[in-house]
Design a protein around this ligand. Sequence first.
Ligand code: BMA
Length: 385
Amino acid sequence: MLFKTKKYNLLYVFILIGLPVKLTAQPIDDKVTKETQHLFYNIKSTIKKGIMFGHQDDLAYGVNWKYKNGRSDVKELTESYPAVIGWELGNIELDSTSNLDSVPFKLIGEYVRQAYKQGLISTISWHANNPLTMGTAWDTAQGTVASILPGGEKHELYKNWLNKIAYFFSELKGENGEPVPVLFRPYHELTGNWFWWCKSYCTPQQFKSLWKFTVSYLKDVKGLHNLLYVYNTADFNSEEEFLEYYPGDDFADMISFDLYQRGNPKEGSLFYNKLYNQLTILTNVAQKIHKIPALTETGYNTIPDKKWWTKTLWKCIKNFKLSYVLVWRNAGLMPNGKMHYFVPCKNDVSEKSFIRFYKKRRTLFAKQISGFKMYEPADDKNNNN
Ligand code: BMA
């Protein structure tokens, strides 16, 4: 009916010509491997079914254990692994055999392969040391970003670091020798002021150049085609602020931010409101620029709030079209004597709430996504949302 008149016919033709190329989400790497491409479209269509749950370092250790095959603090409470598992590459650039949290890179590689085999998703961040001062990622010496850009005094060193990152990614192979897809989230929390790449220490132009150089180098020079790139901020108050350092639609597959609850449980509404506002902005932007949104880090250390999972986290995120939410690592007792964990342990105050969160129809853990076949062709590649 709609297309019977001449006027509508014209409109229809215009839409047909105008839409498919520009407005459909697709991976930025036009040589992306087929498994990585499938992963991209499958993550996208999973958003219609619910929000995947992720946990940092999940398979490697928990509050009271380390490197026990098959264990996971998430599985201990829910009988399912998380759908997304986060890992960290900090210190790989120094030729260290283990990362800044003492997890051996060899094991990380094995866990990533294992997760892939089970149809789960791996995401990797990089707390890169400071290439100018050789301090840590938290050494915020001014001028560090400038120093590693092409022409900068540390540019060659930076390329050398990227070679090491590239080697790690190239070693991730599936059973048939295919590269294992990974969501790579470098230079995270860029709107904060605690890492050398944060916005207080470089201009938008410098950050964008660093990002573009990094993506092009890994993709075009090192020939890696198994990565989906995740742009990530800390706090922001507007679309403009969120996008101020964004490198452009040709350089990121996913967009995201990190936000934690801190302090007294009574202040939960402050976190809730901030999370709600930022998710509103993130998901609006994602819709406009056709990128996949995620809440890449969140949590409440030791979760001292009985109903946090259902009455704070789920109550908020359920209102949004999000791909996944990931909580940080269950390190247990830290060298400073403080506890550090974000998934509850048995008999913790938030245990029941976590299990209720798991049982929600729209929270997706490993069990719920096991039928989704993340690395096989998705059915609705051209879905525009
Ligand atoms: C932080 C803490 C640190 C850790 C870092 C990188 O949030 O968990 O202990 O070194 O992440 O994983």
